[in-house]
Write a protein that binds this ligand. Sequence first.
Ligand code: SF4
Length: 446
Amino acid sequence: MKSPKVGFVSLGCPKALVDSERILTQLKVEGYEVAADYAGADLVVVNTCGFIESAVQESLDAIGEAISENGKVIVTGCLGKNEAQIRAMHPSVLKVTGPHAYDDVMIAVHEYVPPPPAHNPYIDLVPPQGVRLTPKHYAYLKISEGCNHRCTFCIIPSLRGDLVSRPIGSVMDEAQALVNAGVKEILVISQDTSAYGVDLKYKLDFWQGQPLKSKFYDLCVALGQLGVWVRLHYVYPYPHVDAAIDLMAEGKILPYLDIPFQHASPRVLALMKRPAHSENTLERIKAWRSKCPELSIRSTFVVGFPGETEEDFQYLLDWLQEAQLDRVGCFTYSAIDGAVANDLPDPVPEEIKQQRYERFMQVQQEISTARLQRKIGQVMTVLVDELDEEHPVAVARSYADAPEIDGNVFVEDIDRSQIKAGQRLTVEITDADEYDLFARLISIDA
Ligand code: SF4
């Protein structure tokens, strides 16, 4: 008997990608095949994103495409919270479920396309690390769902609920399975990585006989024992993060922090209700850098938040000059359906938002460029993501570059037959532009 086939469309952030991987793994376990196109699928699952207006539109378009190409569509993910909005536009969707509702998705799949009766999950092979949508050499490790904060511009807590951390034993089992499967870089993700375990009251758990607390620092220590790159995303500058910087300085985890600061002016941060907004972040960054000079910090910012004055904005620019962050993204504020910030007074006119965005980017670009220039002449390890299709160039990343969001290290004049994706190389940096580094190969490591 032929296995039933399910098509899958995955949209949104790395957290949504991990949800997709879990559903795909369960489909495989139950004997479903994943269809390569709409025509070959018995049913299509669309994992949506509902964070900002453009993501909502992209999700609605993807649902429409799946309906016209296939007809049988189940919707899941963040936009699933707004079932009425989906049904208003696409009344024929079979079922709508919310974010990380793996069981509900599987129940809906069973209803419309039953699993093959003869399938035996104990005999048929599903890799222990599950199905992954990232390249073989790196993987996202989701340590918790939801968030306890209530930032006024964000609707994630209403979409995904309060913080629910996974016990550390289960997180470490998954990390070990990934390493066993050949992963060389683990990217730790959540909505608030520094809050890991708060909801569990840092419950003691066991992993391979080791007692470990479900706590940010213990997790960093345990992951640091796996012998792969460990990169931390979505960390807030709380005092307890300082201890992780020691692990970075000792080379246990990558000296890299992704901290979504969003603003610097205390007044705007308070309006945003940002976590750790009363911390003296400049002092903290200085202290971190004195302990671990190679620390690379990436962040994102929002300009034109309601109530942001020219003085607040200038404060942000001055802060940027002081902070000297390595990688920075910036957005102009846009209202999100259901966000508290929509009701704040003094919205910033679009034209001013745009001007502030351009001024911000100019300042940051100069900083990033200068910081990259300082790397010329350094010898470092990079991880190859892919080979350029036309030129003898390996597209790689250093410890300072997360996939998709940061820059690359282009290793030039390589012998293509010697190098493949997932290899570590030692290189010397020979040049830099605003975003990327260029390098020459010194040796192939592993
Ligand atoms: S920390 Fe703030 S922005 Fe991030 S998920 Fe929680 S509420 Fe949203």
